[in-house]
Design a binder for this molecule. Structure first.
Ligand SMILES: Cc1cc2nc3c(=O)[nH]c(=O)nc-3n(C[C@H](O)[C@H](O)[C@H](O)COP(=O)(O)OP(=O)(O)OC[C@H]3O[C@@H](n4cnc5c(N)ncnc54)[C@H](O)[C@@H]3O)c2cc1C
Length: 415
């Protein structure tokens, strides 16, 4: 039987990051992946959606370019070609990841793995002895009762990526990160989008002011949405919503969260670690890699300081204290700096957003951003919060001009 210091089940961000860190420390590592290296993130999640977002953004930019004096006739797109580009890009990233894994001396077994004992893994009838085992088996789209996936009319976030044609009209159920991203991608590709959310506001986990602004932006972009609404009945592809509206979409994308993969034979025995989506906590790629970093390198992370990002135009990002209503803000210093006050936003032609910063006792305790580059801006706040940098200390920092970062500076100056 082959012996390894570490056996990892699952080759997504949690698994391959754990493997790479451990191999760098000189450990012998075997990584089991039943599908493709890169997991949900690379093959069915973060990366393919951002490729589509980019393509849809470029299409919209070209369509709108006459406003700034640039003309192009017959702006159009070929979704099949865009899908091909998506697949090629994923393949390119996967190849370099596989090369990195190979160069690190990690043994990859492309089979479904089972745990036999706390130090034995079996795959394809071959047993592997592993001093330590880590489960990184990820998550899968959650089904809702009455909306079971048939992968044709009722689809999930995996199914939609396998389509080479766009629907004319789609109903998206759920306004979390996945629902909002797909609503933005598809409406930018001229698909008629109807979004339903069971909670009283879009992006239920976001700050009240973020939800309110996104609702306004959806109205302006003519993305139809209904809050406090569910599906009452579906008959012959005719959907009746709980508000009695009847629609006939080409398909329904259920984006109602993800659940842990329950793998028979990958039960957690004593001493076996479990990280990433499979742990059923925060289901984000950067949380998975932070867990890997802590597990192997002993570098801690702060679970309260995991940034959230929803991509699209403009990006949405937040961290820390989040208010469900204006009333909850009592006792905090809150500044909402409009990006329309930034020269950079005017240069880029995207002025609808804000940088909201919350402080208490001169420390930043949260931030909520709707702006181009929000995914990068939130990182500045994260570093400040992680290191307890006071508001006064941040005021001493020089921020480059013209940038969106100036919005953080101007906000800080008001605290
Ligand atoms: C549409 C979508 C968009 C997303 N966008 C973002 C984003 O922008 N940013 C972000 O941070 N997160 C995003 N996520 C979430 C992100 O993809 C996950 O949090 C991340 O992939 C979790 O990594 P993981 O390694 O824990 O699990 P996974 O990436 O799911 O990997 C688990 C792997 O384990 C393998 N496996 C399972 N069982 C076995 C077995 N028995 N034997 C061998 N292999 C097995 C699976 O095949 C899979 O490859 C998105 C998710 C989706 C669906």
């Amino acid at each position: 039987m082959e012996c390894f210091d570490l056996g990892i089940i699952g080759g997504g961000p949690a698994g391959y990051t754990t493997a790479l860190y451990a191999a760098k420390q000189g450990k012998s590592v075997v990584l089991f992946e039943k599908d493709e290296i890169g997991g949900t993130c690379l093959n069915r999640g973060c990366i393919p959606t951002k490729i589509y977002l980019h393509a849809s953004h470029v299409y919209q930019e070209i369509k709108d370019a006459s406003k700034i004096g640039i003309f192009s006739d017959n702006t159009n797109f070929d979704f099949e070609k865009i899908s091909e580009h998506k697949n090629n890009t994923i393949q390119k990233i996967r190849k370099s990841l596989e090369l990195m894994i190979k160069q690190a001396g990690i043994i990859v077994v492309k089979e479904e793995a089972k745990i036999l004992t706390k130090d034995t893994i079996e795959a394809n009838n071959i047993k592997y002895n592993c001093n330590e085992i880590v489960i990184c088996t990820g998550s899968k789209p959650k089904e809702i009762k009455g909306l079971e996936f048939d992968h044709d009319f009722i689809i999930n976030s995996d199914d939609i990526l396998n389509r080479n044609q766009l629907p004319k009209e789609i109903l998206i159920v759920g306004s979390g990160a996945i629902g909002i991203e797909w609503a933005r991608i598809l409406s930018s590709f001229d698909v008629e989008v109807i979004l339903t959310e069971i909670a009283p506001k879009l992006i239920p986990l976001a700050d009240w002011e973020v939800s309110k602004r996104i609702e306004r932006q959806f109205k302006m972009k003519k993305i139809k949405y209904y809050t406090e609404t569910s599906i009452k009945t579906i008959e012959n592809k005719k959907v009746t919503l709980s508000n009695d509206e009847i629609i006939e979409p080409d398909c329904i994308l259920v984006a109602a969260g993800r659940e842990v993969v329950k793998n028979k034979g990958v039960e957690r025995l004593e001493g076996i670690k479990i990280i990433g989506d499979a742990a059923g906590e925060i289901q984000l790629a950067h949380y998975a890699t932070s867990q890997a970093k802590e597990l192997v390198l002993n570098i801690p992370y702060n679970k309260e300081l995991i940034p959230s990002v929803i991509y699209g135009t403009p990006e949405i990002a937040w961290i820390g204290k989040c208010f469900k209503s204006k009333e909850e803000e009592t006792g905090y210093n809150v500044v909402v700096y409009p990006i329309s006050a930034l020269g950079k936003a005017h240069c880029d032609g995207c002025i609808d957003g804000f940088i909201k910063i919350i402080s208490k006792d001169k420390k930043i305790v949260g931030a909520h951003i709707i702006s181009p580059e929000a995914s990068a801006l939130i990182q500045q706040i994260t570093i400040a919060m992680q290191n307890n940098i006071t508001v006064d200390k941040l005021k001493e920092v020089c921020f480059a001009h013209p940038t969106y970062s100036e919005g953080i500076f101007e906000g800080i100056m008001q605290l």
